[in-house]
Design a protein around this ligand. Sequence first.
Ligand code: ATP
Length: 948
Amino acid sequence: MTVKNGASTPSSKIEKSPASTPATKSDRTTPALTPGGNRATAKEDKIVVTVRLRPLSKREQAAKDQVAWECIDDQTIVQKSPVNDRSTQTSSFSFDKVFGPASLTETVYEDGVKNVALSSLMGINATIFAYGQTSSGKTYTMRGITEKAVTDIYHHIMNTPEREFSIRISGLEIYNENVRDLLNSESGGRNLKLLDDPEKGTVVDKLVEETARDDVHLRHLISICEAQRQVGETALNDNSSRSHQIIRLTIQSTLRESSGCIRSYVASLNFVDLAGSERAAQTHADGTRLREGCHINLSLMTLTTVIRKLSAGGKRTGHIPYRDSKLTRILQHSLGGNARTAIICTLSPAMSHAEQTRNTLYFATRAKEKEVARLEAELRTPDASEKDMKIQLMEKEMEELRRQRDTALSEVEELRQKMQQEEKVINRLESPRPVMKCLSFSGTLASNMNVKEHNKIVRQSMRKSSTAPFTLMHEIRKLEQLQEQLGEEANRALEVLQKEVACHRLGNQDAAETIAKLQAEIREMHTVRPDLREDEVVATNKSVSANLKEEITRLHTQGSSIANLEEQLENVQKSIDKLVMSLPKYDEPNGDGEGTQNSKSQSKKKKLLPLSSSSGANRQNLLRSPCSPLSATDQVVETEIENRSPVNDGIAAAEAAQGIEKGTPAKTEGTGGGDASSKEGSGYRRSSSVNMKKMKQMFQNAAEENVRSIRTYVTELKERVAKLQYQKQLLVCQVLELEANEAAGYNIENDEDDCEGNEPEVSWTVTFKEQRQQIIELWDVCYVSIIHRTQFYLLFKGDPADQIYVEVELRRLNWLQQHLAETGNASPAPGGDEPTISISSSIKSLKREREFLAKKMTRLSPEERDTLYMKWNIPLEGKHRRLHFVSKLWTNPHDPFHVNESAEIVAKLVGFCEGGKASREMFELNFALPTDKRPWIPGLNHLSNLLL
Ligand SMILES: Nc1ncnc2c1ncn2[C@@H]1O[C@H](COP(=O)(O)OP(=O)(O)OP(=O)(O)O)[C@@H](O)[C@H]1O
């Protein structure tokens, strides 16, 4: 925070009763801190308070109302008063900025709001309030401000290609302490509940939150909120001046690099258009007495009280009544803590409204006092710049923690050895011989009693000095054990799995090669031996089929080992989960910057999983996994530095407040160590200056990071297993195709001929797109299972390694299409073992599948369902809307957007879409189902029969 010295504000020269204004109050104590703002650049303030004076309205002009206020410079507004006015009321007010009647909203935004609003892009919560009496211009100002903020936000996004942004929006209105969703027209003004979330604070239950696709979409959603509020106005008459509107943007951004680091910001930006302030003022005018018939706006009153209490700053203010109203509960984190706030107080210039205007200015003054109080409190610390330096030191120390941890561990090791030696010395002292030796050696001890006393003192002093290292060592040993347990278990399991997967991959490669060979042979037969007789072709087909069958049998035997493999993967997953559960949760400071002494039960939990030097081998193994390109500690450091959420800042603040000295070992006193402690092992003293709590946190983070990387690795393994399974099934398809051709007496079409004409330079990407589109269209005409489509679509996205799957799927579908065309609606062969695939059986299967998915719609919340119904034009009041909705999925193969969305929805319904990892999780899920539970995949009925 830069503080400019000096200049008194212009207001101090004009004020009639300076003592009553906050400006002079501050001037008296710390002249550099006038709220008017020469003190500091507004952009650095946590609360920026500005006022905007609108022009006289037409109505006021018509009523010949007089202009009562004047902005004499860009920070001061004064009341014009008749010459003979002897009132002692304050007539001059100073703020960060004062905007006169000619000011544009753009200027108000640029000078009073922009910096606060844009801090939300850096992970700092920000709130913009418009406060003022009815018709003073709150909505007028707030609309323009919101519009400009949206423009700037998207401008920033465009200019920050290295980060990926996501913006979510929600809107609500608080009227008469009822919370109404402004984005959900169907809620019919339902009062939403407020819930206390231990992590997020107060949350509005069932509030719709939409993700904005782009700026146009975001503006559209904002306009829906505005429109909803207007609907409410008509229905509730006067509610515009009594209701508060909050539009909340949640802005999240992540660095687009595959470093595996979290490196993300998330913060909310609230635009709050408050109710007319005269409601609160009326009640104030009467003290706390309720005026009969006048409905008091509880939220606004509480907001005023909260601001007043906060403005008492360093003085003991006691309880801050955030919870007394819905508005202050919802905005609690934006009013206190590390959030940034801009308050725009809108004023009518009319003489007839002078009193209300004055009340608004008092409110603005109190709000600014809050900032002044904060700064004063900051200045009361011995040296503000020293505090800044401490924060910087802390940040630097984050980088050094890894090194310090290693140093600490090796020092502990040294200490342990030293102590062992000391123990030996003690033992020698306790035994008779060493006593004699000691006696004879020193020659200064007069009696046996003296020797005993001496030994006792030595022992006591050694034990005292050893208390802290013992505790630390004990702690570290426990951590090492846990770490080793995790490392060994995971490494052992992974090693086995890696081997098995490699074997299976080899086996399947063999199979693929066999097919390729067989196909080549067939091609040869057609090209080299055109003279081949039909019966010879059939015979050859049979042998091809037999070969493939052999292959399938082999794969089938592999099936059980794949199942084993999956089981083992599950076990690894479970043991990892168990270990993760056993990881202790460390106390974290709360948002108010106070170190939370978490519940006793938490503090009783087991301690940490460190990466200790002695478990270096395990650590190396774990970190060598493909998903962990950075060392865990690097990641922790980066995450902590990047993630400047108020909570994290709170940690730093809390520690600063507790006066934790970092990197200044000499100042730290060992507990119970006494002189002996301070003399003994300076190495340990250095390590003990490292904040133990932080060090533990580092260990925990590192261990968790390892677990995460193992998890990712296991997920990858699972994916590979799923692909192997799929490959196996596709091979079965080939046999099926051959058999069908054989039964129909066809020669095998050499589809490879199609490929021969392809220019080699045609890129796989282009081919993939074309083939996938063909596949999508064929799925549609063949009534293929939509779960299968979803799986395939999400799993095979154009990776060159997918080529074989895409080609075989295309081939299978071509065959299926032909087959369906030929069999038409043929019934199953009477007495036949295998059901014939027909159009009607496929349609039936598909219908059953849609019914199954309709039931799965319960996986979505009612709000999610309603949003989807609206989007997909399903009447919300329809009786069978779930089925109606599901029946629309995967019905338009020509619309890529439709296809993509259908796939995502189906994936979600089946339950493998969480965390946006549909493609990873979905495949295994499908194959995890017993084949008899997946009867809807045409063609796979055959396969399962063959496989069983
Ligand atoms: N700075 C301004 N310049 C010109 N006209 C303004 C300005 N501010 C407000 N107005 C006009 O004054 C009228 C009242 O403004 P607005 O509706 O924004 O007030 P409000 O404080 O939101 O009122 P309410 O509390 O009833 O919602 C509107 O017609 C608006 O166009």
